[in-house]
Design a protein around this ligand. Structure first.
Ligand code: DHE
Length: 651
């Protein structure tokens, strides 16, 4: 319930961060519901006030927005407390324990004082209570004129949607990690509410694009309208088109037959320079920059070929780049664009198929492509369209999320994301690289990796707060279990716990929690696939967790935290003591994200994700800082991939 207040009051006794957030909050919420504020005048006197003052940030029974869903608020709080809150929310977040808790829970975005008279406060509280109890049902949608965008603004909206929104909401906007934002739903919310969410984010994990400066006011205005218009038809990508994008720069016969470099190439690190659209190759022995390769738009991950000789990079635009590490300097030898939107690739790793094939899974179109692993010549395209695993509804959008290659069978394991909820097995020893199994699992599958034996694939069903276990050897579903809010394990971690034997673990985007679960069904069946330890972290927003077989520690980041200080922190958990040993800030700016070990497992590299990026190298025994890698070229470093560890899936 926000409304402009005199600036002197907005800043009163607030910390700088809170005050800034308050100002953003004031800018973002408090929008009237639609241009025609008068149009929806209703019989209940509180409705107009709610529409004008509260609607942009709150709903009554439609779920949280920038602020909580106010349905049944009278059952949660006393009337007297609510009146005091409405009179002076900024005062109460300083003096009242519930007020402080609300501020923390809602992203530290304080509610601006609504500046209502006592009568208006009574009216609006009564209206909320009446709607909650079904006495008033006119919680109608936003009332505004038809939404229109010029062709130019529509094109801008389309670009921004691809860059910022499709990853979580889906190309067709049907919802995935983020909620459904198709016009039927967004037009109910209206431009003001959408604008507020775009500025302030939501506690469900929507980033505050406006606050963070990723979108300008004009872009926010466009996006608040764009998502109320029907999505444009996304193009397909048949094999013929993929083929015409194939660019073989250096044929296999013109490449070296043995390493031409004297460097220890198996200890190279491929570092993603996300916003530069480049990959830097660093020498892990001496931290020198060996080469920067122009790969293309928003590179997302790297994977190694089975021998380690080649790096495969995939960008969000579906472009795959093949980098040869045996030449004197790492060299881009081929490129191809298999998807319009993609996040993952992996190589063939089974004996006899080393460096032979590569698979790319698409976010759009719903398909995977198999390429020749040495040239990237596209060989085959297979659709992954299908029905939901539980309700058996046909789906237009089925996205391929994580992909891992088995070391024991000629198969790739694909997590068919969000709505489909299947894990697919693709057999690359068979003609046409068919999907030989489609195992029902859980919806919203995202990222995952192997257990310590390489037999079980553990993958997060992140919007269901679960981890799913698949027995890849037997090609069957084993189990699924709850861990916490939005598990995000990356490829996960394996170690031997002093009490529970082999375990695996995940951090969480929505909760400051490491969940450790048993992962040794053969020797410790009593603990297998059960959460055996829950380790609390101060901050939420974990993306990656990492260890190495030689390490006494498990490293965890929290770059998605809304608290900038927490977002810069990493923590190490002691395997022996089974508790957090230390947390600290890695850099003075940006966010600390993703870990990678060197070949020997003696050092850990952490990225400072910032336009002026850094990579900070720590001794993995003492946790002392050994090196801060800097340079003009080090723009927004995110993932780092050591050749030896990535080729062998050491984690
Ligand atoms: Fe990733 C892994 C998808 C946002 C950096 N990311 C993955 C994987 C998937 C995925 C499916 C697993 C790949 C695999 O193992 O085969 N990522 C997505 C998204 O859909 C999402 C949430 C939103 C989007 O629009 O892309 C997303 N990812 C991000 C980021 O914002 C990160 C931090 C930086 C960036 O690229 O923009 C990011 N994701 C990474 C990294 C990995 C990754 C570094 C590989 C981790 C590893 O150690 O293997």
């Amino acid at each position: 319930m926000n409304q402009p207040v005199p600036s002197s009051r907005a800043g009163r006794n607030l910390s700088l961060g809170t005050a800034i957030a308050a100002l953003f909050s004031l800018a973002g919420c408090g929008g009237e519901r639609g241009a025609g504020g008068e149009q929806g005048a209703a019989a209940h006197p509180g409705k107009d006030i709610f529409d004008r003052v509260c609607f942009a940030c709150h709903s009554i029974g439609e779920g949280p927005r920038v602020g909580p869903d106010l349905k049944d608020i009278h059952q949660r709080r006393e009337q007297d407390w609510l009146v005091r809150w409405m009179r002076d929310p900024l005062g109460m977040i300083e003096t009242d324990s519930i007020g402080r808790a609300i501020l923390a829970e809602w992203n530290n975005v304080p509610m601006a004082p609504p500046n209502l008279s006592d009568q208006e406060i009574d009216d609006v509280l009564d209206y909320i209570s009446a709607v909650s109890e079904g006495r008033v049902i006119e919680v109608a949608a936003a009332e505004e004129g038809p939404i229109e965008l010029s062709a130019e603004d529509f094109a801008t909206g389309r670009r921004i949607f691809f860059e910022r929104c499709a990853g979580c909401h889906g190309t067709l906007r049907a919802g995935a990690t983020g909620p459904n934002i198709q016009p039927e739903r967004t037009s109910q919310m209206g431009t003001a509410a959408l604008r507020a969410i775009l500025i302030n984010g939501s506690p469900g994990g929507m980033p505050p694009w406006g606050q963070q400066g990723f979108l300008t006011d004009a872009e926010i205005e466009i996006m608040a309208k764009y998502v109320q218009l029907p999505p444009p038809d996304p193009p397909g990508r048949p094999l013929s088109e993929i083929h015409s994008s194939w660019d073989l720069k250096i044929p296999v016969e013109d490449r070296p037959t043995s390493p031409r470099t004297r460097r220890n190439w198996e200890n190279y690190f491929g570092v993603i320079l996300r916003d530069a659209g480049k990959v830097a190759i660093l020498d892990g022995d001496n931290y020198q920059l060996v080469e920067v390769i122009q790969t293309g738009y928003a590179v997302h991950i790297l994977r190694s070929s089975s021998s380690g000789r080649y790096f495969y990079a995939v960008g969000r635009d579906g472009r795959v780049t093949l980098i040869d590490l045996w030449s004197e300097k790492p060299t881009l030898v081929a490129q191809v664009q298999g998807c319009m939107d993609a996040r993952s690739v992996d190589a063939s790793k089974y004996e006899g198929y080393e460096d032979r094939y590569l698979i790319e899974g698409c976010y759009w179109p719903p398909q995977y492509i198999v390429f020749d692993g040495l040239t990237l010549e596209p060989l085959n395209v297979t659709s992954v369209e299908g029905n939901t695993y539980d309700t058996n509804e046909p789906l237009e959008e089925v996205r391929v999320a994580s992909i891992i290659a088995s070391h024991f069978d000629p198969v790739w394991v694909l997590a068919l994301k969000e709505s489909s909820g299947h894990v697919a097995l693709v057999d690359y020893s068979k003609d046409g690289f068919p999907m030989v199994s489609r195992i029902p699992a859980e919806r919203f599958l995202h990222d995952g990796g192997w257990d310590h034996t390489g037999r079980y694939f553990m993958v997060a069903a992140n919007m269901r707060n679960q981890v799913v276990v698949i027995d890849v050897q037997e090609q069957e579903f084993v189990t699924k279990f709850e861990t916490g809010i939005k598990p995000h394990p990356g490829r996960g971690v394996n170690w031997e716990d002093p009490d529970y034997g082999w375990v695996n673990a995940t951090g969480h985007i929505g909760q400051g929690l490491i969940a450790v679960y048993g992962a040794d069904p053969e020797n410790r069946p009593e603990h297998a696939w059960k959460v055996v330890r829950e380790i609390e972290l101060d901050g939420t927003g974990t993306l990656f967790i990492k260890t190495h077989p030689k390490s006494p520690w498990v490293w965890v980041d929290m770059p998605m935290s809304n608290d900038p200080e927490d977002a810069r922190k990493v923590c190490v958990y002691s395997k022996q003591e089974a508790k957090i040993h230390r947390c600290w800030q890695v850099g003075e700016r940006g966010r600390s994200v993703h870990f990678e070990y060197n070949r020997d497992g003696t050092e850990v590299w952490v990225s400072v994700w910032d336009p002026e990026g850094e990579i900070v190298v720590y001794d993995d025994k003492t946790l002392e800082e050994k090196k801060r890698i800097r340079g003009d070229w080090l723009i927004t470093p995110t993932g780092k991939f050591n050749v030896f560890n990535t080729a062998r899936d050491i984690y």
